[in-house]
Design a protein around this ligand. Sequence first.
Ligand code: BES
Ligand code: ZN
Length: 613
Amino acid sequence: MAGLDPTSLSSPDDCRTHHLYLRCRVDFERRSLRGTVALTVRAERDLLRCLVLDTKDLTIHNVTADRQEAKFTLGERQSYKGSPLEITLPFELRKGQDAIIEISFETSPRSSALQWFSPEQTSGKRHPFLFSQCQANHCRSLLPCQDTPSVKLTYYAEISVPSELVALMSANRDGDLPDPEDCTRKIYRFYQNVPIPSYLIALVVGALVSRELGPRSLVWAEEELVEKSAYEFAQTEAMLKIAEDLAGPYVWGQYDLLVLPPSFPYGGMENPCLTFVTPTLLAGDRSLSSVIAHEISHSWTGNLVTNKTWEHFWLNEGHTVYLERRIGGRLFGEQFRHFQALGGWRELQNSINTFGSTNPLTHLIPSLKDVDPDVAYSSVPYEKGFALLFYLEQLLGGPDVFIEFLKAYIQQFAYKSIVTEDWKNFLYSYFTYKTDILDTVDWNAWFNTPGMPPVKPTYDMTLANACIDLSQRWIKATENDLGSFNSADLKDFSSHQVIEFLALLLLADPLPVSHVRKMREAYNFNAFNNSEIRFRWLRLCLQAEWEDAIPLALQMATKQGRLKFTRPLFKDLYKFEKSRDQAVAAFHQHQASMHPVTAMLVAKDLGIGGQTA
Ligand code: BES
Ligand code: ZN
């Protein structure tokens, strides 16, 4: 059935949560959150007596409905989906009636939504740290809820933490006060008055400080990184203004950034009012700021207009990549936008090569029945989704025409959760006079077939040609030609072009060791600290089976935990016979201090069973 969420065990057809009130205590000794959550639910049908919530690794102590004791049972665990919490109401609800369901609960130290750090694992070494990552379906291991993006709710929260620490959430700050129950603690309060899906609930606790980035933006980090972060993300307000011009008013109030410890599994996460980012963006030259443009863009596509289920994830990510690249186009020119777009096509090719061109997970709309969204995660929804929108832009009259459609789409579906059919129907109704053109699109091939898209959009090649030419020179070079390479080859390259050059080489057959040895000498790549460059360079060396790269690759795979880097590095190390045992040993050595989702996925990649996030 369209719109039914296969990854949630809750029952949004029976009732829907409109508001959530969380009160809890963050306990670093027990590594748990303990408290109560009060859900305001509204019946969607008559004679409602029973409802089901999602939970995962939670202990449930007590449930009340409108302050009366309610019976509950925690069902059997269904792998990554967790355990259904079935609640029987002590009364009956009629359609449209509200009830407040209050649940007292405690999280597990193994909660897949949380990573706990001892003081030694932080930059400052003096205080513990905690962060959450709920997308795609980990909110259920933070608190009991309807953990499906088809349900949107506002929230209020009161979080008790040790006084020397700061708590932040995906919400506006509402001050702090001494904890009346414990004089060593403070309570931080938050409100999110825009309805959001559960996956956007987020919490961080640590020794955090902030610097101002703009009139509505602070950057938060541990003291050691805050200055560098303020420099790196100085374009934030400029990007917000461009995004508002492209997509409409920014409705969330504050737009802050938070720089997490290196194990944060993503480049960025669009938590409302407080984007979470990896410290691997701190290149020192602002060159990785497209991730910020991306997360800013989610303030419209994803956070206002939300995919109803994870099968329609491309609606979130494809549109967001489209807006991200429009922001890049405004800042750095249309040629740059086309260069990024072509890089995306190449990235899509990469993913489809990895998955195999008949793999059903390469559908734009994959079936996720019994598939963990974390396992299905890839560039496909991002780049196949972007390619479709870029193709439509060209088909329907260009960037100016298409951005007006996008604006109207956002206005039409803001505060709602939708499926691809809703998007397509709106597209046809918006372009009423161009339905003949729209009918030339092979929708079924785009949506429901594996592999590369049925058509390739047109790309301006100005900035890409230098990358293609240089990569071809290396691919074609014999041993005798190696003398012709030197640092002047990269003289006019931006760091984006260096990244693209390496990415093109990674798509080709492995180079001989003599070539990568010469490349290190000519271009001094070992000295690059830009994470995107270093990552591709080390992969290139491993694929060439150059032993010298093993310690460097092991280091990068374990010293940071961004899935985009850590998984391919571990995979390449595992594939190379000379580093295989070291890869497995390194995983076992670091497993306990890895993010739970990263540990689960790397274990899978290395063929090590038994781990579940
Ligand atoms: N929302 C995603 C991150 C995410 C997706 C977390 C699915 C968990 C499940 C975020 O907006 C994102 O796309 N991040 C990218 C940034 C890139 C495309 C610029 C990343 O982390 O690499
Ligand atoms: Zn995204």
